[in-house]
Design a protein around this ligand. Structure first.
Ligand SMILES: [Zn+2]
Length: 488
């Protein structure tokens, strides 16, 4: 996820009834136990490989050394080759600005005749570590504490890579034992710039369409409901961002000589930003749509604990917490260019700017949302100041129908691996490339599965993956690959 995923926080009431269509009979219990034994027998080696990956500081943000991103691509290619995929390539496509995109790994095993192909997605690049002082361990030296493995990318998304590798290893062991392990075609696609917004993905998809075509696409880059309860992510928000600039004077002037009749740009910007939310804290931009209220909800206390909101600080907005996170727009000021306190002087600032990030629920067209935001800003130019909007990124929201054959196969596999049914959840964050994939492969069933849990702290300090959950993720994926052969 290119941004802080709002990990779902379990409500105190029991997990809601999963949607109909789970047919536990689809999964052979004996096979579940056989595969679980293989996963267990192979787990120490899998964890060691995850730790090696975490030691590679492959941060895709431009300010970081991209040699590490290249190194993590090589490492991933090696893991997939060893997992038995005969055709492994490291490929790049150019970004819209003409610069080369980050290295992506594509590893394939062509489908047996008549069998479906499954695309397994993950990303090997990671977020910057941020403030090292906020970490209890070195971000790039993995440390296990109890059931959790700490390190940058341990959850987001190197655990996703290892879910794919682990499933292939377990099925290879099953195949060696019983002659029928993996019965579908598999393409593992591990990109290297997801945390930088996947700028070259669109072109990569077009240039390598024949390599990535699939009937089912599994995106292992989301979150589970809680430790012990899996989730299928059936909606992701989209995104529009950009910079609004407020200009009031040709140059800075003395605040004593001119203050009073003139408002400074910092004040004017603050007034404009204040119009973006109403008194209840809901987004006040006209013309935005909302998606239906989710069936599940967040427990406020748990949400407060996970978000670290301070005691006494009120939550903004109306309606359920899950609804505010998954089904409605949210607007954040993610950067401000204004006179800093350290550089303050007795002058009236001529201009100031803010970067705005608008989350979009399923059903909201990004361009329409951007037009509504621009119209809102231009219509509320404070004191007639010049307001300029510079558009940035756009990403479409995603919504998966809950009742496809692939979804039923996934439910059966997850129920068998965890011993409890998965919950359908939304996520407030985005996975930008899913919209591109849907455009290229409109008939493919997309399953967004989780490797994180509410305490994974992806993008934050002290990121970690729960190793007990990772075992189940690996088993569930191996079972899913078996189920898909029957379901599609
Ligand atoms: Zn991610």
């Amino acid at each position: 996820m290119t941004d802080l995923p709002a990990a779902p926080v379990p409500s105190s009431e029991p997990a809601p009834e999963a949607a109909s269509g789970v047919d536990p009979a689809q999964v052979d219990p004996a096979q579940v136990e056989t595969l679980r034994e293989h996963v267990e027998a192979q787990f120490a080696a899998l964890q060691a490989d995850l730790e090696s990956l975490v030691r590679i500081p492959g941060v895709s943000a431009a300010a970081f050394d991209q040699a590490h991103v290249a190194a993590s691509a090589e490492a991933v290619a090696g893991l997939l080759r060893d997992a038995g995929l005969p055709d492994v390539r490291i490929l790049r496509s150019d970004r819209p600005d003409g610069t080369p995109g980050a290295p992506a790994v594509v590893a394939r095993r062509v489908a047996p005749a008549g069998a479906p192909t499954v695309l397994l997605y993950a990303h090997h690049d990671v977020q910057p570590p941020g403030d090292a002082a906020a970490w209890e361990t070195d971000p790039f030296e993995p440390v296990q504490v109890g059931e959790r493995l700490f390190g940058r990318g341990a959850a987001d998304d190197k655990a996703g890579i290892m879910a794919h590798v682990g499933a292939l290893r377990a099925l290879a062991a099953l195949g060696a034992e019983s002659g029928d392990g993996l019965e579908v075609g598999v393409t593992v696609f591990v990109e290297g710039e997801e945390e930088a917004g996947s700028p070259s993905f669109g072109r990569f998809l077009t240039e390598h369409r024949e390599l990535l075509g699939a009937d089912v696409i599994v995106v292992a880059d989301s979150t589970n409901w809680k430790v012990g309860v899996p989730a299928l992510t059936t909606s992701l928000r989209g995104l529009v961002d950009g910079v609004v600039e407020v200009e009031a004077l040709g140059h800075a002037v003395h605040s004593g000589m001119f203050g009073g009749p003139l408002l400074d740009a910092n004040t004017l910007l603050a007034r404009l930003v204040a119009t973006l939310h109403d008194d209840a804290g809901d987004v006040a931009v006209e013309g935005l749509v909302a998606a239906p209220e989710p069936a599940v909800d967040y427990d406020e206390a748990a949400f407060r604990a996970d978000s670290s909101v301070l005691d006494g600080v009120e939550l903004a907005g109306t309606g359920s917490i899950a609804g505010r996170l998954w089904a409605r727009a949210a607007l954040s000021v993610i950067g401000i260019d204004a006179t800093s306190v350290a550089h303050a002087s007795n002058t009236i600032a001529p201009r100031a700017a803010a970067k705005l990030s608008l989350r979009l629920p399923p059903g909201q067209d990004p361009q329409a949302a951007e037009d509504a935001l621009r119209a809102h800003l231009e219509a509320r130019a404070p004191f007639g100041a010049r307001v300029t909007w510079r558009p940035g990124e756009q990403g479409k929201a995603f919504h998966a129908s809950g009742d496809t054959a692939a979804m039923r196969a996934a439910r059966a596999a997850f129920s068998a691996a965890w011993g409890t049914e998965p919950v359908d959840v939304g996520v407030g964050g985005s996975i930008p490339f899913i919209a591109d994939l849907l455009e290229q492969f409109p008939d493919a069933a997309i399953l967004v599965t989780g490797v994180e849990d509410p305490d994974s702290r992806a993008h934050g300090a002290n990121e970690s993956v729960h190793l007990g959950e990772l075992r189940k993720v690996v088993l569930a994926e191996a079972l899913l690959l078996r189920q898909v052969a029957a379901a599609v």
